[in-house]
Design a binder for this molecule. Sequence first.
Ligand SMILES: [Zn+2]
Length: 131
Amino acid sequence: MYLKRLYSHQDRDPDVALATAPRLKIIHANEIWRVTPAALLEGVMAGYITMSKSRVVIHGIVPGGTTRTTQDVVFRIKRVPGLWCCHCGLRLISSPVAQKHVIDQHAGLVSPDKNNPSGYQQLNAVECIRE
Ligand SMILES: [Zn+2]
């Protein structure tokens, strides 16, 4: 995901900046978007991201368009930060639980994720899938 914040003198006043959102140019949107919770909340606070249930909508300006030419890019939250099984995608609550799960449920199998040979992954971002 490549986004570009657009600034103006009005941005110095937070109330004006919120009232004039969106002020973001969407340069490129991938099918999978991994974003930190802080960046997600910053977008909500600035007004260029809205969230409802598991949907995340980025309100931006179409490349080459004017500030009136907006485009929404919609994502659905697939995974939140935490431990996840690389074999079956189950969310795991702690490292001991993750180790026990992999031993009990996937014994003898090589992890499908070569970057996580333990069979489970620590995800530090919110993983979103484009709709
Ligand atoms: Zn599993």
